[in-house]
Design a protein around this ligand. Structure first.
Ligand code: ZN
Length: 136
């Protein structure tokens, strides 16, 4: 349900597509000093979460051939895959996007890697960036 507390839209996490968590996790964790946060796998990807202040960096390694991250890396190479914005009212924001003609990938919210309700917007409507909306 929608929380009555208004916190404002913030960056929840940045998803980075990687070919190998083993190769890159030590850089983000040990060299840059981000602390690891346990996350569930999602959408055919193994996910390593790293806390950067109130936001996370999520390293996404494809597990299954043909999964979204696998296809992304095949087409565009490793790199920033999506930006997740946490919003006060996910259903209301999704409805506003729909009314504004924004192309929705998820027309109904579903459960994401952090166990929260999420929905993706299509990059063709957002300046070329895959945007994930999340509830707090
Ligand atoms: Zn995400």
């Amino acid at each position: 349900m929608t929380s009555p507390i208004r916190r404002g839209t913030r960056i929840a996490h940045i998803g980075i597509a990687v070919q190998s968590l083993d190769a890159l996790l030590p850089f983000y964790r040990d060299v840059l000093g981000l602390s690891e946060v346990p996350l569930d796998d999602a959408d055919g990807a193994r996910i390593a979460g790293l806390a950067a202040g109130e936001s996370l960096v999520e390293l996404l390694q494809p597990e299954a051939a043909g999964s979204p991250i696998d296809k992304f890396i095949e087409k565009r190479g490793p790199g920033i895959h999506h930006v997740c914005l946490a919003v006060d009212d996910l259903d209301g924001t999704l409805e506003k996007c729909r009314a504004a003609g924004i192309a929705l990938i998820d027309s109904v919210p579903r459960i994401g890697a952090e166990g929260k309700r999420i929905a993706f917007l299509h990059p063709k409507s957002t300046g070329g960036v895959l945007i994930e909306l999340s509830e707090y």
